[in-house]
Design a protein around this ligand. Structure first.
Ligand SMILES: Nc1ncnc2c1ncn2[C@@H]1O[C@H](COP(=O)(O)OP(=O)(O)OP(=O)(O)O)[C@@H](O)[C@H]1O
Ligand SMILES: [Mg+2]
Length: 355
């Protein structure tokens, strides 16, 4: 038996031994999952279907999920169920892919017969009501109890930054900025821009192509370069990468292209932090500025935190802290919430389905 204190201070001793609790961060690029049985993993948010019967024969399956789908993309149709941070609802196939992806991550957590599967799923700050509804429908199919909550809130919960703090989540599809004011943040406390890592990748690809005539570069390579060398501000050293120019190997200096493209997100981040700051009472603003939390894969861009601090230097003391584990910050917060708050109280925090 385990004792809990609910948000209203009520003690409950509901048995949870058979509950498989899951924290899921459904991202545009990657989905992170953590369970109360100490399992955690990251899966690329992509589902591949063989283009024809030959593909089915090679695979011996009708679908592939995650990194394997990307690897075998030459004979698969790839579906990314999330676009610009929200569930894609363009076709039945998109929804089917979302269902398959969610099922896959739940299966990886190895539920046992008789387990009550209870999951909290983080959705981007800007997900619409109908979008959350679609996701809940899928979740209801796969779990006994499920709830969707805003992703930056989950990060804040996991990092214990629930009051006088601002979360900046730099994802692949979006950058979400969320003001934490001691309650579950509503839509007015969150801002989202479609300028995440994917946006930088596109700009970097073009910048490198425009700088060197005949250079061979694609989006994937640009992303790899950004993930390895991405920085803002003064370079620690020049970024020279082996590429091919008109088919011949060449060492190409991409320092300026990497810096300029990574810096394109700074303006929006800083503007949105300034806008969110105005939601706090004046006497709380200095505390909020000392409590900026940077999460999401893009938070690994070198120098991003110090550059945000520098841009806000005329606001007094500003401190940006990196989330403990950028990849799992959302899933960790969701699991923490699922563990600390019994599922029967979840509807007080977000939209819930199941008994
Ligand atoms: N070391 C790194 N440096 C810079 N960017 C990185 C690094 N590692 C990962 N990224 C970028 O972070 C992004 C993925 O981050 P994350 O997993 O938080 O996104 P997501 O949750 O899938 O997206 P969203 O929150 O927008 O739905 C990608 O654009 C990836 O290229
Ligand atoms: Mg994310």
């Amino acid at each position: 038996m385990q004792a809990f204190v609910t948000s209203e201070g009520v003690m409950t001793t509901k048995k949870t031994e058979r509950a498989l609790l899951l924290g899921i961060d459904l991202g545009t690029a990657r989905t992170a999952v953590m369970s109360n049985r100490q399992f955690k993993t990251l899966v690329h948010s992509v589902v591949g279907y063989p283009r024809d019967i030959i593909g089915v024969k090679i695979l011996n399956r009708t679908q592939v999920i995650g990194a394997e789908a990307i690897e075998k993309r030459s004979y698969l149709d790839l579906y990314y169920p999330l676009q610009d941070g929200v569930l894609k609802e363009a076709s039945d196939k998109d929804l089917e892919a979302a269902h398959e992806l969610l099922k896959h991550v739940i299966d990886l957590c190895e539920p046992k017969a008789g387990d009550k599967i209870c999951g909290i799923i983080g959705v981007p700050a800007r997900a619409s009501v109908s979008n959350k509804g679609q996701l809940l429908k899928i979740a209801e199919d796969l779990m006994d109890i499920a709830m969707v909550v805003s992703e930056p809130f989950m990060v804040a919960y996991g990092q214990n930054k629930l009051n006088n703090a601002i979360v900046i989540d730099v994802g692949a599809g979006t950058i979400d900025v969320c003001a934490m004011r001691g309650t579950v943040p509503g839509p007015e406390s969150q801002l989202s821009v479609l300028k995440g890592g994917n946006y930088i990748d596109g700009l970097l690809e073009t910048a490198i192509r425009d700088s060197y005539s005949g250079v061979q570069i694609d989006r994937h390579l640009a992303q790899t370069i950004k993930e390895r060398y991405g920085f803002v501000g003064e370079p620690e050293q020049n970024v020279v990468v082996p590429l091919r120019i008109n088919g011949k190997p060449a060492d190409v200096d991409v320092t300026e292209a990497v810096r300029v493209t990574c810096e394109t997100i700074l303006g929006d981040i800083v503007e949105n932090v300034k806008r969110m700051l105005l939601l706090f009472d004046p006497e709380c603003q200095s505390e909020a500025l000392a409590n900026l939390v940077l999460a999401g894969g893009g938070s690994r861009i070198r120098g991003l935190g110090s550059m945000i601090e520098a841009y806000l230097s005329d606001y007094g003391h500003v401190k940006v802290t990196l989330a403990n584990d950028a990849d799992f910050a959302g899933a960790e917060g969701a699991l923490k919430l699922a563990t600390e708050l019994p599922p029967e109280y979840w509807d007080q925090i977000g939209e819930k389905v199941g008994a």
